[in-house]
Design a protein around this ligand. Structure first.
Ligand code: G1P
Length: 295
């Protein structure tokens, strides 16, 4: 069973400026929680017990969010604000630990994952890119849990994929498959993968969507990977070597994603999550219809 996850959060979030000038982009709020909390909750829901944040000196607000805030808790306790107190105390369950390591220089996603090696050790682990929110509404389990089951079955790395418009393939890692595209929730063997190809060279329209399950064998491959697309050490390039050596599978996602690495993605996530929020949903739906009526 995979119990560890790496969340690379060292990026400076230039696509989210000016919102991300003084706060990490992962701390931008969607309805009533920062983006990173949704991603941590997704990992916890899939059974992850140890979360490794690969972070940067300017982003300590993320670690603080998951740490105990003694002053705040004492104040809420003294004022009898029990519901709020429970909420700030239960951001992560007691049996889940959050560990932070630093990525001292921004050398790319592959390098960020390599920075977690000493904490992960020899265990297989998950990688969740916090730009991507994965919504499992209406599904019996989230996609990460489905990927973990697929990993337990085949023992091979799992890369979550979904179709994107072909003209946008240059923005993603793109995979090639031997056979047909698998049904949602199903994995299939990969026959290749390439990071941010030219549109005319993209081997398919199936893009890597920010969730991976990897064996520890990825670490030595990352250490040997030369800079690729964007002159960065790319996880996709090390994964392609891993695939050639021991195979890897594409897991077709079932849920819906919101790309919170850009403004419209945030807005869509806010709309989707606010509409069904237990406290604010009703009021939000009323607001939506009022604004829709106003055209
Ligand atoms: C990263 C990965 C890429 C993946 C994308 C979306 O790129 O390198 O393979 O398709 O995330 O999850 P980025 O968007 O960080 O440039």
């Amino acid at each position: 069973m995979i119990k560890k996850a790496v969340l690379p959060v060292a990026g400076l979030g230039t696509r989210c400026l000016p919102a991300s000038k003084a706060i990490p982009k992962e701390m931008i709020t969607i309805v009533d929680k920062p983006v990173i909390q949704y991603v941590v909750e997704e990992a916890v829901a899939a059974g992850i017990k140890e979360i490794v944040l690969v972070t940067h000196s300017s982003k300590s607000a993320i670690e603080n969010h998951f740490d105990k805030n003694f002053e705040l808790e004492s104040m809420l306790e003294a004022k009898g604000k029990d519901e709020l107190l429970a909420e700030v105390r239960n951001i992560v369950p007691d049996d889940v630990s959050i560990i932070a390591v630093r990525q001292p220089v921004a050398l790319g996603l592959g390098h960020a994952v390599l920075c977690a090696q000493s904490v992960i050790g020899d265990d297989p682990f998950a990688v969740l890119l916090p730009d991507v929110l994965v919504d499992a509404e209406g599904l019996p389990e989230n996609d990460l849990a489905g990927m973990i089951r697929a990993f337990d079955k085949s023992g091979q790395a799992q890369i979550m994929v979904e179709n994107v418009p072909h003209e946008l393939t240059y923005k993603y890692g793109i995979v090639a498959l031997d056979g047909e595209t698998p049904a949602p929730g199903v994995s299939a063997p990969l026959s290749g993968m390439v990071e941010k190809p030219k549109v005319e060279e993209a081997p398919s329209s199936l893009a890597v969507i920010g969730r991976y399950l990897l064996p520890a064998a990825i670490f030595p491959l990352l250490a040997e990977t030369s800079p690729g697309a964007g002159n960065e050490i790319q996880l996709t390039d090390a994964l392609e070597t891993l695939r050639q050596q021991q195979g890897a599978e594409a897991y077709r996602m079932r849920g819906k994603t919101y790309d919170c690495g850009h403004q419209l993605g945030y807005l869509e996530a806010t709309l989707a999550l606010a509409k069904r929020h237990p406290q604010h949903g009703e009021g939000f739906r009323a607001l939506l219809s009022r604004y829709a009526d106003e055209g």
